[in-house]
Design a protein around this ligand. Structure first.
Ligand code: BGC
Length: 741
């Protein structure tokens, strides 16, 4: 274990302030139960429902109320976790220990693997790999004494400016749903619950604690809710986090339509709703609306601020008792809340394999070589190759002796420590310091091949130009520091150093640096460690452009793998890259809102749907990404089925090396359905040898063809002719067919 003494001392001190308290009085026990007081709900062969019923029936009121709010000390001071509820040993109820999240076991956790961020996970378009990432995260969480992972985040990238887009799965509900399901299944393959967040319409950080989102019903159903719905219906997610914002005037965490209507009554959610940290503003209205567990970042009584959210505690025992006494809350609802919490705990093994947080797990190093290998593979497979002039990449084998100039703050170990993960609660600490920077990764790989690396920090453009001009190949690395808590000001590259939600801007002019390098040397590869689209005024001069997003601990190794062709850049864009800020303007009422309200007036026209509907050509379209080989598509066959259709076609590797292809299926509904011009409804990822051809089949089900009818208040299939298009991005669709309904 490599770990600096100072870091350890600091974190040990931090962990030491926690005082676990688990002493809640047990219910009076019968003589029979005394022998084994938990026998009625600890039989593993019983169903989760029966076990939960038996437990709730045996609990005292004190014990029930104890389960509904956070234990002290809160946020990050309890063994670096985001929060916890102390267990009740007398009832065999384990601690519930919650941690952030999307890029791995994050927050103030140490010695864990930082994976590529959410947007990068989506960019792999590879459910099997996403599931593996999830399952590796689940394993590390469990080893750390954590049994609720507060992710994945699945809000839709409505604008490129949302500071948290890097945590989410892009702009398309189909891709976001598929990614969310895979990651959740992976996490929950351990005795660890996943948490679908932030529910819902939390699509900007500007005024995130109070902004009131106005979204019409059809847009809700078709764009913003599907990932949550899939998380419930297809992945059986154990918990859902209600968000900070308001929805039609009511806070998300006290919104019955959201927490009970869609979630429980329609989708059949049988886990618990947990509040975002400080997102609760009332006792009885929140509990009645469907909130089960309250969480807060700070101790009870903390003042309300734009950072902390609401004041204090609303689900304290006294407050809940008062609400019961006033008749504002029923005992049945309290029982339901407790049941909603313990039921998924039974179902996913949290009772049978309880965690015990403490110094041991907190300090233990859970990041194994195997986990790092998953992170490395994921980072390469998420990397999107946007441009590759004259096949500059992969670097061809030579006898060595090439000079490679690596340029940029983000390439060195200090910069990379900040550039491999976005800011905020999902930020992986990277401690002990073991981020593999681009400089380290490329240097190691170059040495093995007899190439030589020179480095320039590049904030002085003269240095950047000189280093680039003297090299055979240039790798210039730039970053943009997106973070929870703030939106991006524009599509520029603004580096930052972040610790949790606190970020410090680093004053480096990276666009000038890139322009200097690309102008000085045509063999320049531009690497963008970003969480969302950025503008590229220097694009015409760049030899190649790679977007690894925030690549996690193994970023430098994965980048070297991609540069030297050990692995392909496997990513495809989960988000449209606009030419510049002017291309897709938002009226202030739509974003960031006026007088505390944001109106989603663009309706269904989010991301590529808007670009298609307005005939606008983006810089790079949704779904786009090059590999190191080429593919041909032919023989589209669309066979109607009772539910939808089977769509098959042949893909052939027409290039000279093996490579992965992501065939994408876009559906256009009959005009009178009033849908966007086309929408992603299927994809797969497969690897083919040179010359190899394979027939691929994708299935469309009834829901894929349906639209939400506001008039009939249900999903309907509009009769008419549907167009099926298949290809390698939303703007490259060589195969077309028709389907009649
Ligand atoms: C974030 C959540 C996070 C929570 C706990 C909040 O500020 O919005 O995503 O899970 O903090 O750290």
């Amino acid at each position: 274990m490599r770990r600096s003494r100072q870091t350890l001392a600091l974190l040990t001190a931090l962990a030491a302030v926690s005082v676990p308290t688990a002493l809640v009085a047990a219910a009076p026990e019968s003589a029979a139960a005394a022998a084994d007081p938990c026998a009625a709900w600890m039989d593993r062969s019983d169903s989760a429902d029966r076990r939960a019923d038996a437990l709730v029936a045996a609990m005292s009121q004190d014990q029930k109320l104890h389960m509904l709010t956070f234990g002290d000390p809160p946020w990050f001071t309890y063994w670096g976790t985001a929060g916890h509820v102390d267990g009740i040993p007398a009832l065999c109820i384990p601690d519930l220990v919650l941690s952030d999240a999307g890029s791995g076991v994050a927050g103030l956790q140490i010695a864990t693997t930082v994976f590529p961020s959410g947007v990068a996970q989506a960019a792999t378009w590879d459910p099997a790999l996403q599931r593996r990432i999830g399952s590796t995260i689940g394993a590390e969480a469990f080893a750390k004494g954590i049994n609720v992972m507060l992710g994945p985040g699945m809000n839709i990238a409505r604008t490129p400016y949302n500071g948290r887009n890097f945590e989410y799965f892009g702009e398309d509900p189909y891709l976001a749903s598929s990614t969310a399901v895979a990651v959740i299944k992976g996490i929950q393959s351990h005795p660890v619950l996943a948490d679908a967040k932030h529910y819902a319409f939390n699509n900007q950080e500007t005024e995130r604690m109070s902004i009131d989102a106005r979204v019409d019903e059809r847009t809700r159903r078709e764009i913003y809710l599907p990932a949550f719905e899939a998380a419930v219906k297809k992945a059986d997610v154990g918990s859902v986090m209600c968000s900070y914002n308001k929805i039609d005037g009511a806070y998300a965490c006290e919104n019955p339509e959201m927490l009970t209507g869609y979630l429980r009554d329609e989708w059949g959610f049988d886990g618990f709703v947990v509040s975002d940290w400080g997102a609760v503003h009332s006792t009885a209205p929140s509990a009645r609306a469907g909130l089960d567990l309250e969480m807060h970042a700070f101790a009870a009584g903390a003042p309300a601020t734009p950072v902390t959210g609401s004041a204090g505690r609303y689900f304290g025992a006294d407050q809940l008792r008062a609400a019961l006494a006033e008749g504002e809350l029923t005992q049945a609802r309290i029982d339901d809340m407790v049941r909603n919490i313990v039921r998924p705990m039974f179902e996913h093994g949290l009772f049978d394999e309880p965690v015990s947080p403490g110094a041991g797990p907190y300090l233990s190093d859970v990041s194994t070589p195997g986990h790092l290998a998953v992170a490395r593979r994921a980072a390469a497979d998420a990397t999107v190759l946007l441009k590759n002039r004259d096949r500059l990449l992969p670097l061809q084998p030579t006898d060595g002796g090439r000079t490679i100039a690596v340029i940029g703050w983000a390439a060195n170990p200090v910069g990379a420590a900040n550039a491999v993960s976005g800011g905020g609660s999902s930020h992986g600490s990277g401690l002990p310091p073991r981020v593999v920077s681009p400089l380290e990764g490329i240097t190691r790989a170059a040495l093995e091949r007899g190439d030589r690396v020179v480095y320039a920090e590049g904030s002085n453009v003269v240095d950047a130009r000189l280093a680039a001009a003297a090299a055979d190949v240039v790798v210039v690395v730039a970053t943009d520091g997106s973070s929870e808590g703030t939106d991006r000001a524009d599509l520029g590259l603004r580096p930052a150093a972040c610790v949790t939600v606190f970020c410090q801007a680093i004053p480096i002019e990276q666009e000038d640096m890139i322009a200097a390098a690309t102008a000085a040397n045509p063999n320049t590869v531009v690497v963008l460690d970003v969480g969302a689209p950025v503008r590229m005024p220097w694009l015409a001069d760049a030899g190649a452009v790679l977007v690894p997003w925030y690549g996690g601990l193994e970023h430098g190794n994965a980048l070297a793998d991609v540069l030297y062709g050990v692995r392909e850049p496997g990513g495809r864009l989960p988000q449209t890259f606009p030419v510049d800020e002017a291309q897709n303007p938002f009226a202030p009422e739509a974003y960031p809102g006026v007088d505390g309200t944001e109106t989603y007036s663009e309706g269904l026209l989010v991301g590529y749907r808007w670009y298609d509907a307005t005939g606008t050509r983006p810089l790079f379209p949704f779904g786009y990404g090059l590999g190191y080989t080429t593919f041909g598509f032919r023989d589209l066959v669309v066979r109607p089925t009772a539910q939808g259709a089977r769509v098959s076609f042949v893909v052939r590797n027409t290039g000279r090396r093996a490579g992965a292809v992501v065939p994408q299926l876009y559906l256009s509904s009959p005009k009178r359905a009033g849908e966007p011009p086309k929408q992603l409804k299927g994809f797969t990822k497969l690897t083919l040898r040179p010359g190899e051809a394979r027939r691929v089949e994708l299935t469309l089900d009834r829901r894929d063809l349906s639209i939400w009818s506001t008039r009939r208040d249900r999903w309907v299939v509009v009769p008419g002719s549907y167009r099926v298009a298949v290809g390698t991005s939303s703007r490259d669709l060589p195969l077309h067919g028709r389907l009649r309904r």
